[in-house]
Every structure is written in C-alpha cells, then in structure tokens.
Design a protein around this ligand. Structure first.
Ligand code: ASP
Length: 364
C-alpha cells in the first residue's frame, strides 16, 4: 500500500468511526421519553389543611396521624410498584383514609346543620379525561369507589344523593346504614356551632378553640398518582364542612375545582374552604397556568392559592404531580396533612408548617 492509499484508508476509517459515534449518540438522544418515564411513578396524598399547629400535638398523636398517612401512601405506592394504574392506586390510598375516623371523609365525615352527614367525592383519569363524582351521599362506605363507578359505568360525570346510591348499589360497592358514619366527636363538633350561621372546616374550629386534636378531626382527603405508563390520576373525598347547609356541595366533587388530572400538565387534589376553590376553579387554573405559561408547578400553585383564593378570603392547600412525576404542594394555612412517595426512594410525611418541599431530584 503506497502512502496515498494508506492515508485514504486511515481517513476513511476515521470518518466511519465518527459516523458510527454520531449515530450512537443520536440513538441515545432519541430514546423515547416514554421509555425513561416507564419506571417513574409517584404518589402524593393529603388529609386536609387548616389550623394544624405543632403545639397542639403530643408526639404520640403526631405518630397516630403519620402512621395512618403512611399506611395510605404505602397502599397506593404498592399498586403502582406492581404495575397497577394510577386510578387504582389513588383508590387504594383514599379508602384507607376514608375508613379512618381521623379524617373528614367516609367514617370520619362531619355533620351538616341538620345533624346528618353528606359526602362528596370525585376522581379523574388524566389520560382519557374521564371523570366521575358523587355528591350528598350517605350510604356508601367509601365514596371514592362510588365516584369511580360513575366514571367507569355511567355516561354522566356527577351524580347526587339517592340517584347516585341506586346506581352504585348495582355494582356491588359496600353500602352501610347512615349510622355507620356517626361518631360522638364529630357530633360534639356540630353542637358547638349548630344554630349559628357559620360553617367551619374542622381545622379552623380547632385552631380557634385551641382545643386538642381528639376533639377536632381534620380534613378532606385526596391523592394524586402517576403510574409506570405516565398516566396521572387524581381523587378527593370529603364530608364537607361542619354545619354546612343541608344540600350544600363543596369543591371536592367539582371537577376543575377540587380535583383535576390531565397527562399534558398535572394532577391535583384540593382541600380548604370549598366555595373559594369553586369560584377560582382552582385545580384547573393551576393546570392552565402550566399549559399556557412557562411557570413551574410551584409558582402556579402559589399564584392560585395566595393571589387568587386568599384575597377572596379562602384558605386551604393543594397537592400536585406533574407530567414528569415530580411532586409539589402548597397551602396558606398553618398546616396540611401530607405525604408523598416516589420510585426514586424519596418519601416525606408532614403535618405542620412548611419545613421542606418535595425534593424532586432524580426521579428514576
Ligand atoms: N373542601 C372541602 C369542602 O369545602 C372541605 C375541606 O377540604 O376540608 O367541602
């Protein structure tokens, strides 16, 4: 081989290696985003926001709440880990909170001005934008399962009262006598404000009276999850507000106010003075900010809670998972029962003031 052919051969080999290198690089960059997302999953839950102050809790009481939140979080996480859907995961989490008298949903629901309990719940699938919601029911043990029946098995979005219960009964969901929901403590809560023209979030009554946690159970419950397929789902369940008018429906069953999920943006569950969340269409507003601006989820939550809800006189908080599986929350109350768990091992459960935000570092 003469020098010229030798050089040509070298240049050709070099060029070939460069081409192979570049095409390998390209291959890596074009790895479908979905593939990397497949292993990502996360879940965030709340158990209500309000005057939740560290000073009112003994260490033992703090543990009771944290343990129940952990049980709920773990149940939803397990569904996701085993490849289950986010819709199933949030139901697994929420039913645990509904079955506990610690929270204002299901078993722990508050009383209305007539001394009755009327429960609201909703659920939304962020991939299909299918939703289901129930309002004013009091014979279904787990209202979130009822909301899911409306999503799955009816052409409607929101069913109320007797009509909702007739449908739900057909699908084998556990029905209970309304006496199942009675708790002495909730009833005493009502007696304290019954006859007055005011309604209270459990937590507000709690902070105002500076009473002990056992006398004033907190809040609405909610969960948001993203599964291994990148589908986001959100759900919320509540007994509403103590001494609410008979027939009053809050934000929790209102899609766009108490609950919203859209794979293109995020999933959200709200808690707080429902009327203000309805007036600001709070959950959808956050989603729209993400859709139409470059604001981060953190900024979007802050905008809606502090610049829209608070000036009207409302209070509460929201939990959020964005399309990347990152978790966010914010509230303008002293505390919010909350927790999250992600597939990268991050997990936090908190009750009180904002000491740390979800890290959202390196979700797998
Ligand atoms: N948002 C619920 C309602 O207004 C109450 C709560 O979150 O505690 O019915």
């Amino acid at each position: 081989m003469d020098l010229k052919s030798f050089l040509m051969h070298k240049i050709f080999t070099l060029l070939l290696s460069v081409i192979v290198f570049i095409s390998c690089q390209k291959q890596e960059n074009t790895t479908p985003i979905n593939n990397s997302k497949e292993s990502r999953f996360s879940i965030v839950i709340h158990g209500g926001a309000g005057g939740i102050n560290r000073d009112y809790f003994s260490t033992a009481q703090e543990e009771v709440y944290k343990n129940k939140l952990k049980e709920s979080l773990d149940a939803g996480y397990l569904v996701l880990e085993q490849g289950g859907s986010s819709i199933n995961a949030i139901q697994a989490s929420i039913t645990i909170l509904e079955d506990s008298p610690l929270f204002n949903a299901g078993k722990g629901a508050v009383f209305n001005s007539e001394g009755k309990q009327e429960m609201d719940a909703s659920i939304m699938n962020g991939k299909t934008l299918n939703t289901g919601a129930v309002a004013g029911i009091n014979h279904v043990k787990n209202p979130i399962l009822a909301a899911n029946i409306v999503l799955d098995s009816s052409k409607h979005v929101l069913l109320s009262g007797k009509g909702a219960e007739i449908l739900i009964k057909k699908y084998g969901i556990q029905m209970v006598p309304s006496s199942y929901f009675y708790t002495d403590k909730r009833f005493h809560q009502l007696q304290k404000i019954q006859g007055k023209d005011s309604i209270t979030l459990d937590h507000t009554a709690f902070s105002r009276e500076n009473s002990f946690i056992d006398d004033h159970k907190y809040g609405t419950v909610g969960a948001v999850a993203i599964d291994k397929n990148g589908t986001i789902a959100a759900g919320t369940s509540t007994g509403g507000m103590t001494n609410k008018k008979y027939g009053r429906i809050g934000d929790s069953p209102i899609i766009g106010a108490g609950t919203y999920a859209n794979n293109a943006t995020c999933g959200i569950s709200s808690t707080g003075t429902g009327e203000y969340f309805i007036r600001t269409v709070a959950a959808h507003e956050v989603s729209s900010i993400l859709k139409y601006t470059k604001a981060s989820p953190k900024k979007a939550l802050h905008e809606v809670i502090f610049n829209q809800i608070a000036p009207l006189g409302g209070s509460g908080g929201m939990i959020l998972i964005d399309k990347n599986g990152d978790v966010y929350w914010d509230f303008n109350t002293t505390g919010m029962f909350r927790g999250y768990k992600k597939s990268n091992g991050e997990s936090i459960i908190e009750l009180f003031e904002k000491t740390s935000f979800p890290k959202n570092k390196t979700i797998k």
